[in-house]
Design a binder for this molecule. Sequence first.
Ligand code: 5GP
Length: 183
Amino acid sequence: MTAAQSKKHYDLSEVLIDEKTLAKRIAELGAEITKDYEGRSIVLIGILKGSIPFIADLMRHIKLDDLEVDYISVSSYGRSTKSSGVVRILKDLDSDIKSKDVIIVEDIIDTGLTLAYLKEYFMGRNPNSLKICTLLDKPSRRKVDIRGDYVGFQVEDRFIVGYGLDVDQRYRNLPFISWIKEE
Ligand code: 5GP
């Protein structure tokens, strides 16, 4: 049996957000950030691995001369589709964000636990400002009071995959957003 054959099968549901719609909204978010931070320098912090396609597309729509990019990796759901609420830092930032204008770039806010933790963690490093940009937002699942300052799309309580979001490390490479039925 090959590695691919031994993996669990998931049924992809319909396309929720297609490539064109994603591209249009991300361009709008980039323009909004460009306007809000005109003349300033910013640091985008991507949360690995889910934010990779989003941050890559978003940064190309932010027309600022002084833009740095850094990444942090935190533990995620792993194989399960339910949040454990436990956040573990697997890879920390490379740069110092003290006195910087920072925007966290996330794939999705679900319970909000990950971002609540990271927000406090980054605030401890004394940035000048800290905002959140998320591609997707699932407000119905929120457990803590966390809001995105820049939000791409609100989604219903479904398990989303594609455009960076995985199940069992798969489907991150889909160019659109879809969802799968949870067992
Ligand atoms: P939170 O801490 O807000 O509950 O969840 C944050 C992280 O959980 C996200 O960055 C993402 O990795 C994962 N997550 C939350 N909802 C979904 C979802 O619908 N699909 C996938 N693939 N991951 C999700």
